[in-house]
Design a protein around this ligand. Structure first.
Ligand code: SF4
Ligand code: ZN
Length: 125
């Protein structure tokens, strides 16, 4: 066990929308009985990419004692599990994260994804 950053899920706030599952590159999150759950703590690297897409504010990072993040565990987990890879698409141009870097943006309670090419239009427009 090490002291490190790890995701914290507020089950009362979680509405089970599933938005947070695919942004997690490690596949650390899954829906269990309609609520987001960390499958195994060594799969969560504490990067927090899931936080921006949660519409209810159910996700935060906390610093506490937890099993160390493990790249090996992630590799094995991805191999054994058939994680459906659903690439995020840019809200503006429709390109997918296979073609461009994506950034999650919050707007009026919604989480939208924009590619880095389209982001300046949002900032300046
Ligand atoms: S994005 Fe938020 S509300 Fe949706 S499943 Fe994940 S934790 Fe729950
Ligand atoms: Zn775009």
């Amino acid at each position: 066990m090490v002291k490190r950053k790890i995701i914290k899920i507020n089950e009362e706030l979680c509405n089970g929308c599933g938005n947070c599952i695919s942004p997690c590159a490690e596949g650390a999150l899954a829906l269990v009985n309609g609520k987001a759950k960390v499958i195994r703590e060594e799969l969560c690297d504490g990067a927090g990419f899931c936080i921006g897409v949660c519409p209810t504010g159910a996700l935060t990072l906390e610093t506490r004692e937890a099993p160390a993040f493990s790249e090996i565990a992630v590799k094995e987990h991805k191999k054994t599990q058939n994680i459906d890879y659903i690439p995020q698409k840019c809200e503006s141009c429709g390109r997918s994260e296979d073609e461009a870097y994506m950034i999650a943006v919050k707007y009026r309670g919604e989480s939208l994804w924009y590619c880095t090419k389209c982001l300046p239009k949002l900032i300046h427009g």
